[in-house]
Structures are given as C-alpha cells and as structure tokens.
Design a protein around this ligand. Structure first.
Ligand code: NI
Length: 210
C-alpha cells in the first residue's frame, strides 16, 4: 500500500498536471544576473578602444502567461556598475546603468510539462548614470563624462524547471544590442566616441508563481 502511494506520488510529480505554466499565470524570478559586455569602440585619442568589465547584480523578471505558450516578460535589475578601461592605460572611469528589457516569449511544451524551455525577442532600453572619471582619468585631463541612453533589440533563451505549484528554478541568457556615444572633454576639447557594449547577460534564479 505504501509502495503504491509512493509510486502514485512519483507518477503525479512526473506528469506535472497543474504544476506547469498556463494561461493567466503570473510569476516572478529573482537571482544573479551577470552582464558580460562584448565591447568595442572607435580609437580614443590614439590610445586604443574602451574596454568594459563584467558585473553581477540582482536580476528580477516579471512574467505573465497570455496563453499556455506565450509569455510577456519584463527584466529588471539592481544597477550594473562597470569599470571602463582605455587601451593599455588601465581603468579610467566607472559607469552605472539600468537595462530594463521587455520580451515576447514562446514556451515549448504544454501546461502539463514540468520543464519549459523558451525563447524570446524584445526591446531593451539602457540608461546610464553616475558616469565618473577616476583619478587616472582626471590626471589624463579627462572631464565631463556622459553616456547616451540606448534603445536596441534583445534576444533570449531560457529554461524553467517547475518544482511544485509555487516554485521553479531557472537558467537564462540574453543578448542585448546596447550602443552608446561616450561624451567627454579631453583637455577641454569635446569628444564623442561611438561605443558598443552588446552584452551577454546570464541569469540563474528561483521563481515564485502566483
Ligand atoms: Ni550593437
């Protein structure tokens, strides 16, 4: 009798039933989000291009299932902070940004699947703030740093594993097209440098379903 009960439990957990994503469901994921820029820029004052460090922050996604397969998702995060280097000079500045991203998603499988791989496409808006040259940058005569906000496309793949009615675990990766103009003064002369960040963003999270 006990064996039967265990077998029934295992079978019901494998088949999933009401455990899986379905139309009308809302869920939040929270975890680590690591931005790895694939940066590049025009040559800056003959000293080479900008390079940009990786950074990890708290990532949050808010997802609504319009059907059993179609989701709409907003990505938010605590502000990313990147060190900016220039050629062989080393770090010259730090910048912060927020990259909210709205995605339309397709979840494979159906409302009885415990494992839901998905793909998404959407739009990213990135706003930069707290742009500052450090002492190395200031000693090189650089002042008045500001980065232009960016609009671009974003793509994503991910996987949800549904643990039970309430909880899931997730791994996902985004590619975001983020390009900006880096504006500053060098010895009082205004400069504007086309720069691409185009980061991969890796997220590992736990999700709660309402
Ligand atoms: Ni780009």
């Amino acid at each position: 009798m006990k064996k039967l009960a265990v077998a029934a439990l295992v079978l019901s957990s494998l088949s999933g039933g009401a455990y899986a994503h379905e139309a009308g469901e809302f869920f939040i994921r929270a975890g680590s989000a690591t931005a790895r820029p694939t940066e590049g820029s025009d040559n800056v004052l003959g000293m080479g291009g900008f390079n940009v460090s990786n950074n990890t922050q708290l990532g949050l996604t808010f997802t609504y299932m319009a059907t059993d397969n179609v989701g709409v998702e907003l990505l938010a995060a605590t502000p990313f902070r990147h060190r900016v280097g220039l050629g062989a000079t080393g770090d010259i500045a730090t910048v912060h940004h927020l990259p909210p991203t709205l995605m339309a998603q397709w979840y494979f499988g159906d409302s009885s699947s415990k494992v839901r791989p998905y793909i998404g496409a959407g739009v990213n808006y990135t706003t930069f703030f707290d742009e500052k040259f450090n002492d190395t940058g200031k000693e090189a005569g650089l002042t008045d740093l500001s980065l232009k906000d960016s609009w671009g496309m974003a793509g994503q793949v991910g996987l949800d594993y549904l643990i039970n009615r309430d909880w899931l675990i997730n791994a996902s990766v985004w590619y975001m097209d983020i390009d900006t103009d880096v504006r500053f003064k060098a010895g009082g002369q205004q400069q504007s440098i086309n720069t691409r960040l185009d980061p991969w963003v890796f997220m590992f999270s736990a999700g709660y379903r309402f």
